[in-house]
Structure formats: structure tokens, C-alpha cells
Design a binder for this molecule. Structure first.
Ligand SMILES: NC(=O)c1ccc[n+]([C@@H]2O[C@H](COP(=O)([O-])OP(=O)(O)OC[C@H]3O[C@@H](n4cnc5c(N)ncnc54)[C@H](O)[C@@H]3O)[C@@H](O)[C@H]2O)c1
Length: 259
């Protein structure tokens, strides 16, 4: 396990999937955690179970971000870790829908996946600058293999996740050049067995089996496997890692197409 005792973390999208697994993992490693989610019932239940605090948050609500960060600092005295995990799909390709529906879906997915992540980074850095003992922190943003091999069926999701990668690198290099010991890295999950994929399976039976085959391991990731990579990047085990991408895709992007 990673020694995270004394560290304070915020994890967004904590009610389900990778976010829930990350709250479990960070708590097990000794961190004090504030989990947030739109889903108050499931988020609060998960946090109660593992001894974390919970707050309702829509990550796309910019004005709320400084208050969420202030809540963590008020409760635990500092902020060391932010995991920008909350995310959604839009399920629309470039020619789907009429203009009104298409741009509504595009605006929404970018507001949550990209602008929510940017607002989180900005609010977290402001708090991490003021940490007792000096500026220090680790931000982990969650992208997707669709940032690298985009989905024709979801232009907004793919574009938002590609932008999250660039956002992480910009934040990482800003902090480094400003002399702040605040690292920012991206975890790039492949197909992981969570609510997002279950919802697609309901609409397209056989989808889970199909996406499992994208990995040469021929299976989906368990969310705990993704959480392990997030916890590593959030810990002090990798002080020279910033602006990096960590693939957790079961080798999906490592294999030549067709093999
Ligand atoms: N599951 C996969 O195969 C996979 C692959 C690549 C990337 N990801 C990414 O991992 C992250 C977690 O996804 P997951 O698979 O665990 O999905 P999930 O649907 O199981 O969990 C997502 C959580 O985010 C919350 N959420 C959604 N919109 C929100 C908002 N506006 N504000 C606050 N919370 C919100 C949901 O309520 C939910 O609890 C997402 O960013 C997703 O894009 C997932």
C-alpha cells in the first residue's frame, strides 16, 4: 500500500466506478478524503462506508469549486490531492441529431469533462499554494483512450478527453515553471467495468464482450486496477512525474490493429 496518511484528497465522481474505487483506495492507503458527486445518495453511502466525507457537487458549476476546496481545507487543514474523475459520454457522432440537440450535447460534455476539470485544477492549486509547510500537491486528471484513438460515435467525449490531456500538461508545466511543487498527470483508462459501460451494454447487448476484446488481455479492467494507478500518481512515490500520461488499458493501444 502507498503511505498516504496525513494527506488530504478530493475525488470527484465518487458515487460509482473508478471514482468509488479511488476513494476506497486512497482511504485504505491512509488519506483523508472528500468525495463529491451529483448522486447524493450513492456518493454519501460509499463515503460513509469507507470513512470519507461527502459533498454534492456538479463539477461543471464553476462557482461551486472554490467552496468544495474550502470544505476540504476546513475539515482537514490542507489539500494535497485532487482527482478530477467525474465524467460523462454524449453518445453523438458529428452528423447525429439536429443542430440544437447536437450543440446541447457538445456543450454539456465539454462543460463536465473539460471545463469541470480545468475549474478543479484552478481551485486546487490556489489551496495547494497555501498548504502548511509550503506549496505542494498532486492533481490526477482522468482522460480516456478515446483521447488517442477517438470514437466516431462520440465526437464530444473524444474531443473533451483529448483536451484533458493537454490541460494536464499545461497545468503541470505552469506549476513547474512557477516553482510550485504541484504535479499534474493524466491517467488514461481503457475499457473499465463501470456504470458508463453498463449503460451502453443495456442499449447494445454484447458491447461489454466487444470492448473487452480491445485489450490483448481479453478482459475489462476492474475499477480498482485504475484506482491503483491514480493512487500512485497522487502519492510521493513519483516526484519526477509531472505532465505524464499513464495508460491503464490492458495493452489496447500497444498492439498493432488486426492482431
Ligand atoms: N469506464 C471506462 O471504460 C472508462 C474508460 C476511459 C475513461 N473513463 C473515465 O473515467 C471516469 C469515471 O468514469 P466511470 O467509468 O467510473 O463512470 P461511472 O458512470 O461509473 O461514474 C461516473 C461518476 O461521475 C458522476 N458524474 C457525472 N457527471 C457529473 C458531474 N457533472 N458532476 C459530478 N459528478 C458527475 C456520476 O454521477 C458517476 O457517479 C470518467 O471521466 C470517464 O470518462 C472511463
Amino acid at each position: 500500500m502507498l503511505g498516504l496518511s496525513g494527506k488530504v484528497a478530493i475525488v470527484t465522481g465518487c458515487a460509482s466506478g473508478i471514482g468509488a474505487a479511488t476513494v476506497r483506495r486512497l482511504c485504505a492507503d491512509g488519506a483523508a478524503v472528500l468525495g463529491t458527486d451529483l448522486d447524493a445518495a450513492r456518493g454519501a453511502a460509499l463515503c460513509d462506508e469507507v470513512g470519507a466525507r461527502f459533498a454534492v457537487q456538479d463539477v461543471s458549476d464553476r462557482a461551486l469549486w472554490p467552496r468544495i476546496v474550502a470544505q476540504a481545507v476546513a475539515a482537514f487543514g490542507r489539500l494535497d490531492i485532487l482527482v478530477n474523475n467525474a465524467g460523462m459520454v454524449s453518445g453523438a457522432g458529428i452528423e447525429d441529431h439536429d443542430d440544437a440537440a447536437m450543440f446541447a450535447a457538445w456543450d454539456k460534455v465539454l462543460a463536465v469533462n473539460l471545463s469541470g476539470t480545468m475549474a478543479g485544477c484552478r481551485a486546487a492549486i490556489a489551496a495547494m499554494r497555501d498548504n502548511p509547510g509550503g506549496p505542494k500537491g498532486a492533481i490526477v486528471n482522468i482522460a480516456s483512450t478515446t483521447a488517442i484513438t477517438p470514437l466516431p460515435t462520440d465526437v464530444g467525449y473524444s474531443a473533451s478527453k483529448a483536451a484533458v490531456r493537454a490541460l494536464s500538461k499545461s497545468v503541470a508545466t505552469w506549476c513547474a515553471q512557477a516553482g510550485l511543487a504541484i504535479r499534474c498527470n493524466t491517467v488514461i483508462p481503457g475499457a473499465t467495468h463501470t456504470g458508463i459501460l453498463e449503460a451502453t451494454e443495456q442499449q447494445m447487448p454484447g458491447f461489454l464482450t466487444m470492448v473487452a476484446k480491445t485489450s490483448p488481455l481479453n478482459r475489462l479492467a476492474d475499477p480498482s486496477e485504475t484506482a491503483a494507478a491514480i493512487a500512485f500518481l497522487a502519492s510521493d512515490e513519483c516526484p519526477f512525474m509531472t505532465g505524464a500520461d499513464m495508460l491503464v488499458d490492458g495493452g489496447a493501444l500497444a498492439i498493432h490493429p488486426g492482431f
